[in-house]
Design a protein around this ligand. Structure first.
Ligand SMILES: [Zn+2]
Length: 63
């Protein structure tokens, strides 16, 4: 499971979903989160562009 619960999905890059989510402090961030169950990779950003770049750069160990 991912750390984040995306509530508004924007796009998908490979196995990575990009959307908006609340972080642990309740702030709304753009989040890139891998959909592979055993991967769990995720990262948060202030803008969608770096989230997309991070998603494109994610080398998922789960295939
Ligand atoms: Zn992954």
């Amino acid at each position: 499971m991912s750390l984040y619960r995306i509530f508004r999905h924007l796009r998908r890059v490979g196995q990575v979903s990009i959307g908006t989510a609340h972080n642990r402090r309740g702030e709304i961030k753009y989040v890139a989160a891998c959909a592979a169950d055993d991967c769990g990779w995720s990262a948060e950003y202030d803008d969608p562009a770096p989230a997309t770049i991070a998603a494109q750069g994610h080398r998922c160990p789960i295939r």
